[in-house]
Each structure stands twice: as structure tokens, then as C-alpha cells.
Design a protein around this ligand. Structure first.
Ligand SMILES: NC(=O)c1ccc[n+]([C@@H]2O[C@H](COP(=O)([O-])OP(=O)(O)OC[C@H]3O[C@@H](n4cnc5c(N)ncnc54)[C@H](O)[C@@H]3O)[C@@H](O)[C@H]2O)c1
Length: 452
């Protein structure tokens, strides 16, 4: 007999008994609660720091009444052993995903593996009848994106991309203001994201430094930003032109060593980092290097690094809006400037950086000829928990209350995942070719002016 449970959502869909919106949005009510309380069984592939922290241990600690974690999979047996201990519950471990899914037949698979193999795990999960909860980026190139789109159509399973950047309260507020028409039709977006040297260094040390693994920061990092813009303005990209360069790191470095632990230049290197002082990371990665050669404290001056540290792009949208975007990593500011210019006014946010704040201010400036609203500053407090309070809300929706009211459509699916990474893919192609790249030439999705 199948071990799969009837999820609350599927149960309601099948019976049609509780079709009223008010009832649908009220979790765990009445007699039906016994049925709904059956736990959703999930498995996880990719037991790195994200998989075991954000999902593994958290599921067991915070959602034991709603979700049962049934197995862990990774290609590295040593990391799996550490993950098993860290997550707790003596979960069965596997180095073969098919085997784990055949044995346990979970309802859903959480994908937290390296970016370039997400597509394999998403498709294998769907083949085994699982819904998918995958970390961003959905994948790293157009071919893999198309494979995921084809598989979703073939197997008809739900795929959720965990775009946690949509969930912090002040981002939700921005979406709300635009949706309510405060600035009219959005004509132009200014979005300039900064990451610090220390943050960039962490990317340069790992697989993120190679396009073939993380697609470059155009995809690994900017997928969050492009997704937010697509979502905020409710439209799809049609064309991308971009420039990018790598500075300071990789071949530009003054010297290079094997890795930080064994470096003759440790005393001179501004980026030297001693992983042996971080027991969690040392036990998870360094102790298990012998199995797969994954070095967590690689030299940031490896000549083979082929990603960029500064990025600029212009994106044209199907609704006529234009995005001016940059991702700059050579800075001491961790945060961003974001502004929307619409037919009725402008919204502006400066977020992150120093001094740290308890919340963010959204500045609204009306276009006096077309708007009756007053100019004002709308202050929104940060929530508690990761990513300015976004992570706990997203996790509750994923693991506790799948029918949580979601009027602004915060939960993202495959189409959203593809439309965000594809801007990065197009940007990368534009940098390489010097040409403007059309989204329709990359995947078989037709860009929509209004995503509905
Ligand atoms: N949403 C966010 O804010 C956020 C933050 C951090 C990471 N992430 C994403 O989470 C994912 C994991 O990130 P991480 O920092 O833990 O990376 P990581 O490299 O530490 O972990 C990835 C794990 O995948 C495993 N793996 C690689 N190839 C595999 C294969 N073929 N089969 C099974 N396992 C395989 C590796 O052995 C490793 O244990 C990435 O996709 C990353 O982009 C998202």
C-alpha cells in the first residue's frame, strides 16, 4: 500500500466538500481535523549547511506535529553521517536518491543540493510521485530549466521554489502598495544590490566560483532579485542586455595557495579564513573532503574562478517597464537601493547596511498631476527569525499551513523559478556575446505583460 498521505489541500480538492473560501483559509477545523492532522512525509536531498539547518533540524524541532522527515540523501557519506547526528532522530541515510524515494515514498522531496544538480533531483522526485520544495535557484541554465518545465507538465506535481526574499514584512508591504495602485503603472525600476567583500569571499571559496556549478552570481544570487522584481511588477521579462567583470579575486589575486589551512601567504592574505575555528563547518565539510574533494576553504585567488564581482543589466518587461539592475560585490554595504517609478508616483527603499535598523522605511512620493495621495514614509518593522522575519512565515506556509491565505501570491512555482533564473542566463549570454538576448529564444514560456 502507498505510504503517501492525502494532503489537506488535495483532500479538499477531491471532496469539494469545503469549497467556501472562508473555510478553506481556516486551518485545522472541526471533525475533519483528524484527517488533516495526518503528517506530511518529506525527504531531503543535499545535506549541506542549508539543508540540515534551514530544513532538517528545523523540521524536527518546529514542525513535528505536521511534517515527518523520513530520510536524508547526499553523495558524501561522511557529510551524511554528520547530518544524521545534527538533525537528530536517527534518520535513514542514502547516497542514492532513487533508493530513498522507492523505500519511503514520501509526499514531498526537499531539494537543497548544489545548484547545478537541482534539475536532476527535482525530476527524479516527480518521477517518484513527490511534490517538490526546492531551494533557489531553480536551476542554472536554459536547457535544465526546459527539462524541469517538461517534467512538470508530464508528471503534474507541485513544485515550490523557496523564494524567502518575498516574505519579509516590508517586502510584502511594497508588493501590497504596488498592487493597490499607489504608483499606478510601473514604468521603471531601479534596483542596486550590494554585497560586502566578506560575503563575496564566501562565494569565491566554494563551488559558487564556477559558472558550471552555480551559474555565476547572475543566477545564484540575482535569482532572488529578479524574482522579486517580476513579482513586484507582476510581469515577465522579454529582453536583457548586460555587462559584468571579475575584479580583485581569481586570477587578479597577488598570490595563491592550496587552501586557507595550508597557505604560505596566510599572514599577508586579506581573505584568510580559518575554518578549523568553526566546528560545525569543519565537521560538515573539511572532515569529509576525502570522499568528494569538496574544499570549503579554497583559495579565493584560484585562476580558474570564472564568475563576476560586478554586474549591470537592463531588462525590458512585457508590460513596457524597464529595470536598471546592478549587483556590486566590491563594497562595504550589505543591502540595496530599490525604487519604482510609476504613472502616479514613486516608491523608494534603502535597505540594510549600517547602522542596523529594526525595520525599513518605504518612501512614497506622489506624482501630483495624477495622484490625490499625500507624500509619506511608511515604516514597517522587521519580523523575528531569518531574512528579516521572512523565513518563519514561509516555513509555516510550507510545513504547517499549506492553505495559509496568500492574497499577494508569495508562494512561488516553477514558472516563477524559470522566469527569475532566465534573466540571469540571458545576462550571462549578453556579457559573453555583447548582444541583447531575448527570453523567448531560451525557453518555451511566452512572456506575459500581466502574470494574472
Ligand atoms: N534561499 C536562501 O537564502 C539560500 C541560502 C543558502 C543556500 N541556498 C541554496 O541551498 C542549496 C544548498 O546550499 P549550501 O550552502 O548548503 O550548499 P552546500 O554545498 O553546502 O550543500 C550542498 C550539498 O549537496 C550535495 N550534493 C552535491 N551534488 C549532489 C548530488 N548529485 N546528489 C546528492 N547530493 C549532492 C553536496 O555534497 C552538499 O552536501 C543551494 O542550492 C543554495 O543555492 C539558499
Amino acid at each position: 500500500m502507498s505510504k503517501k498521505n492525502v494532503s489537506r489541500k488535495d483532500f479538499l480538492k477531491t471532496t469539494g466538500a469545503l469549497a467556501g473560501g472562508a473555510i478553506l483559509s481556516t486551518p485545522y477545523i472541526g471533525e475533519a481535523s483528524k484527517l488533516f492532522r495526518e503528517k506530511r512525509r518529506v525527504a531531503l536531498v543535499g545535506t549541506g549547511v542549508r539543508g540540515i539547518g534551514m530544513f532538517g533540524r528545523r523540521l524536527r524541532d518546529q514542525y513535528p506535529d505536521y511534517t515527518e522527515l523520513v530520510g536524508l540523501c547526499d553523495i558524501n557519506p561522511g557529510r551524511l553521517r554528520y547530518a544524521q547526528e545534527y538533525v537528530g532522530g536517527n534518520l535513514p541515510t542514502y547516497t542514492n536518491l532513487d533508493e530513498m524515494l522507492s523505500e519511503h515514498q514520501p509526499d514531498a522531496l526537499i531539494v537543497t543540493s548544489r545548484d547545478d544538480v537541482h534539475h536532476e533531483h527535482i525530476i527524479t522526485g516527480m518521477k517518484h510521485g513527490c511534490d517538490i520544495i526546492t531551494e533557489k535557484p531553480l536551476t542554472i541554465d536554459e536547457k535544465k530549466a526546459q527539462e524541469i518545465l517538461d517534467a512538470e507538465r508530464k508528471y503534474g506535481k507541485n513544485v515550490i521554489v523557496t523564494f524567502n526574499y518575498r516574505y519579509p514584512p516590508y517586502r510584502t508591504k511594497i508588493k501590497e502598495l504596488i498592487t493597490e495602485g499607489w504608483i499606478g503603472d510601473v514604468k521603471n525600476v531601479e534596483f542596486h544590490w550590494h554585497i560586502t567583500h566578506s560575503h563575496l569571499m564566501r562565494y569565491m571559496q566554494r563551488w559558487h566560483g564556477y559558472r558550471r556549478f552555480g551559474g555565476s552570481l547572475w543566477i545564484h544570487k540575482s535569482t532572488h532579485h529578479f524574482d522579486m522584481v517580476n513579482w513586484f511588477i507582476n510581469s515577465d521579462p522579454v529582453e536583457v542586455f548586460a555587462k559584468a567583470e571579475l575584479e580583485r579575486f581569481g586570477k587578479h589575486g597577488p598570490f595563491r595557495g592550496k587552501n586557507c589551512r595550508n597557505c604560505a601567504f596566510a599572514d599577508q592574505c586579506l581573505y584568510h579564513w580559518d575554518i578549523t575555528q568553526n566546528h560545525h563547518l569543519y565537521n560538515l565539510y573539511t572532515k569529509n573532503e576525502k570522499y568528494d574533494g569538496y574544499v570549503r576553504d579554497n583559495c579565493v585567488f584560484r585562476e580558474t574562478i570564472d564568475i563576476f564581482s560586478k554586474h549591470s543589466a537592463i531588462v525590458k518587461y512585457a508590460n513596457g517597464a524597464q529595470l536598471n539592475y546592478s549587483l556590486t560585490a566590491d563594497t562595504e554595504h550589505e543591502g540595496y537601493w530599490l525604487a519604482f517609478n510609476g504613472t502616479k508616483g514613486r516608491l523608494e527603499v534603502r535597505a540594510g547596511g549600517w547602522p542596523r535598523k529594526d525595520g525599513e522605511d518605504i518612501v512614497f512620493m506622489p506624482n501630483r498631476r495624477y495622484s490625490d495621495r499625500e507624500e509619506q514614509v511608511i515604516h514597517v518593522e522587521h519580523g523575528t527569525g531569518g531574512h528579516w522575519g521572512g523565513d518563519p512565515i514561509m516555513n509555516d506556509q510550507l510545513f504547517k499551513d499549506p492553505d495559509m491565505p496568500d492574497p499577494l501570491g508569495r508562494q512561488a512555482g516553477v514558472r516563477d523559478g524559470v522566469m527569475s533564473i532566465i534573466i540571469g542566463v540571458a545576462a550571462r549570454k549578453s556579457v559573453d556575446s555583447g548582444k541583447t538576448i531575448r527570453i523567448e529564444d531560451l525557453v518555451d514560456l511566452k512572456p506575459m505583460p500581466n502574470r494574472g
